[in-house]
Write a protein that binds this ligand. Structure first.
Ligand SMILES: [Zn+2]
Length: 691
């Protein structure tokens, strides 16, 4: 089942309507803040062992509210779980005893927000959820801290000489620590080092400092330059300084323990959600109205809320939902809506679940979460065959005749090179379609550059001296470039989603049942495939797209298979012979990097990571033997799946291919010869596009 989230803005034609929603929101928080301290006290055992045990039962599973019921109302409580003698239901016995004795936490019906049990159910669920997420943060912090302490201990044990000299440094830090990062501090530090000759003898040796001469001082404008000369004259001190910096950077302090933050309607909001039948009803997307059970100002005690009709302006995508004539059952789930899927162009059973009430700039919005039933995927494999096993090895027999596969090789220049082919008798036929997938707008390279800008600027910010043009402007303790970072994050997310959508679109358009991608788990940058600096970053981005695909392909009835891409870019997809990648350098690049080796005339040269691929086989069915390298890799993926790609055997330098030595260098030379022959008669490369 997949979950989609849609947003709608609430239209409040009268100020009261908005006020009701805001009241619901704020009272939700008041109730949370009333309940949470009790839960913490129960957990600590402040209320006794029985309450502690009830707390554990409450946090144990979903139905937390039922367990809270007997301890927040004085009403006599009965439960089918009590007195069963089952150890699983011990909480019910404890609750019953507490309820009979009247030792309840508080009477929720007497609180100013004591309305409706559905409201309290939400309060209880949210309280438990908040505590759990805080616990998670705390556990992570403790683990990290334990590791940090361990590292610290090891480092200190490895540098006993520094540890002996450390108190002297500490004294200096006490004095000048406040000035951290300033020019004044650097000058004081220099003075301090010159005043403590004993530091120079930290590893034995002579206790003597070679001070800077006035002439040396004069020639330096910045303190950093002075230090450069000083370290050169005193290598022992330079080493000690390095250790001191190491210690202070890594071990002087550890990040603060995460603190509990009480939910607050404005600063740290938790969102209330409405439940069908209980707190919302009559949802109508066509008329854009529904009835909400909201709190109104009057009638303080025991209020049940009031049904008010609200109108909303929504995401046009919500119009794809309409009520089903008959509820549809899929597995254990019942669906009462239909979602017209724009991708598959058909209706899918859907169910509107909770509706979250969210405030942005104090204006109410609704978030609809909608469950959509999965499409059945075609029975591709033998019964009992596990999709996951394909990550390791596929056998031809597992892929029935007529299976269409869209294989994708993610690239740098376009989003991906794609090919579609059909499997017959366990082998890929000639491809039906070969195309590039392009995503307009920012490229991964652009995102990478944004990231570089962030890291460069933030590092420069702390170095900035008085003369620097870029001044330091980060608020103390604040995150630097928060907005910029958020922008980059959003941009990436947007890109992943768009890319996923494009791929799914292509799969549906070409009637493919399987999407085949490279398996990038444990990806190690390989010389052949990582020519560029941005490569690693791009790989990471691609991995995220694959994660998105993994989540969204299955509900559409598509399968996502992964194959190991090794060798896919080194062998020809037409004849299976080894080949090499090549590139046509630009004029400037030719002058700078290639001219010395290849002479003054610009020509195509073999190079790892090049844009094109050339086959070394003179009898290759592809007449020129030349093809785009990414297309070649994408054509090779189904061949790897079918085990058609003949790979070299053996290890390291002594690999064999078809009984002959497999030597990438020799192959590259052979390919270069082919290239030279092919382009010999052509004088001007710019007019050449033979592929
Ligand atoms: Zn070939």
């Amino acid at each position: 089942m997949s979950v989609k989230c849609f947003q709608a803005k609430v239209v409040c034609d009268t100020p009261e309507k908005r006020e009701y929603l805001w009241l619901t929101h704020t009272l939700f928080h008041e109730a949370l803040r009333a309940l949470i301290p009790h839960l913490f006290k129960m957990r600590r055992g402040d209320y006794g062992a029985d309450f502690k045990e009830i707390y554990e039962a409450i946090t144990d599973n979903q139905n937390s509210f039922a367990k809270l019921e007997p301890i927040t109302t004085p009403k006599a409580w009965r439960s089918k779980h009590a007195d069963t003698g089952d150890t699983k239901n011990r909480w019910a016995d404890l609750c019953l005893a507490v309820n009979r004795e009247g030792r309840i936490l508080f009477d929720r019906t007497q609180t100013p927000f004591g309305f409706g049990s559905e409201f309290w159910r939400k309060v209880c669920e949210m309280a438990i959820q908040l505590i759990h997420s805080h616990d998670g943060l705390l556990a992570d912090w403790r683990k990290e801290r334990a590791e940090w302490l361990d590292n610290k201990k090891q480092w200190e044990a490895a540098n006993p000489e520094y540890m002996a000299a450390k108190p002297t440094f500490d004294a200096f830090e006490d004095e000048a620590g406040r000035l951290r990062g300033s020019r004044k501090r650097w000058l004081l530090y220099l003075e301090f080092l010159q005043k403590h000759p004993e530091l120079a003898a930290w590893r034995g040796g002579e206790a003597k400092v070679a001070p800077l001469t006035p002439a040396e001082r004069k020639q330096c404008r910045r303190p950093g330059d002075q230090f450069e000369i000083f370290w050169e004259k005193n290598p022992q001190l330079a080493e000690l300084n390095r250790l001191d910096r190491d210690w202070r950077r890594n071990f002087a302090r550890f990040k603060r323990r995460p603190t509990w933050t009480n939910p607050d309607p404005e600063l740290h909001p938790a969102w209330f959600s409405f439940k069908r039948g209980q707190t919302y009803k009559d949802l109508d997307f066509a008329r854009r109205t529904f009835n909400l059970n909201v709190l109104v100002g009057e009638d303080v005690k025991g209020r049940k809320g009031k049904w008010v009709t609200y109108e909303f302006r929504h995401d046009p995508r919500l119009l794809r939902l309409r009520p089903a004539e008959q509820p549809v059952k899929v597995g254990p789930n019942k669906f009462t809506w239909l979602y017209s899927d724009p991708l598959l162009k058909k209706d899918r059973p859907a169910e509107v679940k909770g509706i979250k009430l969210v405030f942005r700039n104090r204006h109410p919005y609704l978030l609809f979460s909608v469950d959509i039933a999965d499409e059945k995927s075609a029975p591709l494999t033998r019964p009992g065959f596990d999709d996951k096993r394909l990550k390791r090895k596929a056998t031809a027999a597992d892929i029935p005749d007529g299976t269409r596969i869209l294989s994708i090789d993610f690239g740098q220049r376009s989003l991906a090179a794609c090919s579609v082919c059909e499997f017959i008798k366990g082998h890929p036929e000639r491809p039906d379609a070969v195309f590039f997938m392009k995503l307009p707008g920012l490229k991964f390279g652009d995102i990478g550059r944004h990231e570089q800008t962030i890291s460069r600027r933030s590092s420069r910010m702390f170095r900035a001296g008085p003369r620097s043009r870029e001044s330091r402007h980060a608020p103390r303790g604040g995150t630097t470039f928060r907005e910029f970072r958020r922008h980059v994050l959003k941009m990436k997310d947007d890109r992943y989603k768009k890319a996923t959508r494009l791929i799914l679109d292509a799969a549906v358009r070409y009637d493919a049942q399987v999407i085949l991608v490279e398996n990038l788990e444990n990806y190690k940058p390989d010389l052949e495939r990582s020519a560029r600096e941005n490569r690693a970053r791009m790989r990471w981005n691609v991995q995220r797209i694959v994660e998105f695909l993994d989540k969204s392909a299955h509900p559409l009835g598509l399968r996502l298979w992964k194959v190991w891409p090794h060798w896919s870019s080194r062998f020809c997809s037409a004849c299976g012979h080894p080949g090499a990648r090549f590139t046509i350098p630009r004029k400037n690049a030719w002058k700078r990097f290639y001219e010395r080796r290849h002479g003054p005339i610009r020509k195509p040269v073999t190079e790892p990571g090049g844009q094109f691929f050339i086959c070394s086989n003179p009898k290759c069915p592809r007449s020129t033997g030349i093809i785009n390298a990414d297309v070649n890799a994408s054509l090779n993926l189904p061949r790897i799946l079918a085990d058609d790609l003949e790979k070299p055997t053996g290890q390291g330098k002594t690999r064999l291919w078809r009984g002959q030595e497999y030597n990438p260098k020799a192959i590259a030379e052979q390919c270069q010869q082919r290239l030279d022959e092919h382009f010999r008669s052509k004088a001007d490369l710019a007019q050449q596009t033979p592929w």
